[in-house]
Design a protein around this ligand. Structure first.
Ligand SMILES: [Zn+2]
Length: 132
């Protein structure tokens, strides 16, 4: 007799629900979880991402292009309007940096900005961006 114990609860591989009883080879709490899990696996295999990840990646890439376009000589001052006119979305960045004065630089990859007075924005570039 192998695997005859059926009363030990296991975790659902999809949602982590801990109360799966039944056959010892049962891996999901229900069919919806099983299907959802298999779809995720398929997506990962394709190197695909959920829609919202694709959408945010698009925004970040677009923000990056706007900053690069306007930041011609590493330190440029533009207006917020110029950025929004080109489709810049202030809600999405990849990192931020607070300096001693308390100013917060926001970055899209190596391209960054600092909001200064009168709706003006200072554009900067920072070559070293990868921190572990
Ligand atoms: Zn589940």
């Amino acid at each position: 007799m192998i695997n005859s114990i059926t009363d030990i609860p296991k975790e659902c591989r999809n949602c982590g629900e801990k109360n799966i009883f039944g056959r010892s080879d049962k891996k999901f709490c229900n069919d919806a979880c099983r299907i959802d899990h298999n779809n995720k696996l398929k997506m990962e295999k394709r190197g695909d991402y959920p829609e919202f990840v694709k959408h945010i990646t698009k925004i970040l890439t677009s923000n990056y292009q706007v900053l690069r376009k306007l930041n011609r000589n590493a330190k440029t001052i533009v207006s917020e309007q110029q950025l929004t006119d080109l489709g810049f979305n202030f809600h999405y960045i990849t990192s931020y940096l607070t300096i001693q004065k308390g100013d917060v630089y926001h970055f899209c990859f190596d391209q960054g900005y600092l909001k200064i007075k009168d709706n003006q924005v200072l554009l900067v570039a920072q070559p070293e961006q990868i921190k572990t």
